[in-house]
Design a protein around this ligand. Structure first.
Ligand code: UDP
Ligand code: MG
Length: 314
């Protein structure tokens, strides 16, 4: 990077994991958008999330030679949120744009987001999705939880424009299992979505297995919200309330002289229900403890190995 010593207006953060061909195209299209349409200073930060493919490594080495492109290599695969967080911490722009590496979002949509710069965070809504059924279901569940747990009124896409002070606020939150929408939500409510001018392309095979998606989802539930705690607390009250009602019923029957039957099956149901709820609640509490342990032992969300094409520090 022939380094502009001044901070750029825009930083584009791209998490990269085992990508090949489309990366060059992505960088070219980003450069074109900023030079021809936006006409403002920019930097592109490609965060290599521990890619193991040799092609990706050489491609990133080559791209780091380009003007305005920086490559940050992580020591291992930390997962997308860690890679994005690393990109945010390396970024210097007044605004940060996040976008995936597989052209599933169009760089040409960036000016649309920029047109709404009066907000803290702007995301794009895509007209159509062309994912597999499993991906569609998981993304539907994710959208549901973004709404129910995080309280987002809009559907989020990986293409986001985030204001600097929001980025700084996100970086100040200590977490080793970041969940980007939750971090944004901790800092601001001023989030809008603009309809994308482009259809979501079918490009790019997902690098997320069901297990990894599930892990991310549980990070949202346990690491970034108190949703499960609330569910179990409420469930606890409901079960306790029901047992009180049952007890009141039994006492009333006794007082009224109505003969009561010894009900072994209902007793078993009650024991199993309470036992199951207890076990689940203990397990979930354990999950929270593990995460607190992770944070107190300062487990990192990402570790940088090297920076290529980085501008000199000011
Ligand atoms: N990614 C990453 N680390 C990973 C997996 C994915 O940085 O361990 C990045 C990937 O390079 C891409 C983005 O996360 O920029 C989305 O990944 P992918 O396209 O595989 O997921 P999907 O489109 O199915 O959400
Ligand atoms: Mg993708």
């Amino acid at each position: 990077m022939t380094a502009p010593t001044q901070k750029p207006r825009y930083s584009v953060v791209v998490p990269v994991y085992n990508t090949e061909d489309c990366l060059t195209d992505l960088v070219m299209r980003l450069q074109r958008v900023f030079t021809d349409t936006v006409k403002a200073s920019f930097e592109i930060i490609l965060v290599d999330d521990g890619s193991v493919k040799a092609e990706t490594k050489t491609l990133l080495d080559d791209l780091s030679q380009k003007d305005g492109v920086m490559v940050v290599r992580l020591t291992r695969n930390f997962g997308k949120p860690g890679a994005v967080l690393c990109g945010l911490s390396a970024s210097r722009g007044d605004w940060v744009i996040t976008i995936d590496d597989d052209l599933q979002q169009s760089p040409e949509d960036i000016p649309l987001l920029i047109a709404h710069e009066q907000h803290d965070m702007v995301t794009a809504t895509h007209a159509r999705k062309q994912h597999t059924l499993l991906q569609r279901i998981t993304s539907w569940i994710k959208a549901l939880f973004d709404r129910a747990v995080l309280g987002y009124q809009v559907k989020l896409s990986p293409l986001k424009l985030i204001r600097r002070h929001v980025v700084d606020g996100m970086l100040a939150i200590k977490t080793n299992r970041p969940f980007i929408p939750a971090l944004i939500r901790q800092v601001t409510n001023d989030v809008v979505s603009v309809p994308s001018a482009h259809q979501k392309s079918a490009q790019g095979r997902s690098r997320y297995s069901f297990k990894r998606r599930w892990n991310q989802f549980s990070d949202l539930l346990v690491g970034n919200s108190n949703f499960l705690m609330q569910v179990f607390t409420r469930l606890g009250f409901v079960v306790a309330g029901l047992s009180f009602a049952l007890a009141a019923g039994v006492i009333a029957r006794k007082l009224l002289g109505i003969p009561t039957q010894a009900g072994w099956s209902s007793l078993m149901v009650a024991i199993l229900l309470i036992g199951g709820l207890n076990l689940a609640a203990v397990g979930i509490t354990g999950q929270y403890f593990i995460r607190i342990l992770d944070i107190t032992s300062k487990k990192p969300a990402f570790v940088e190995r090297e920076r290529l094409g980085a501008p000199p520090t000011e």
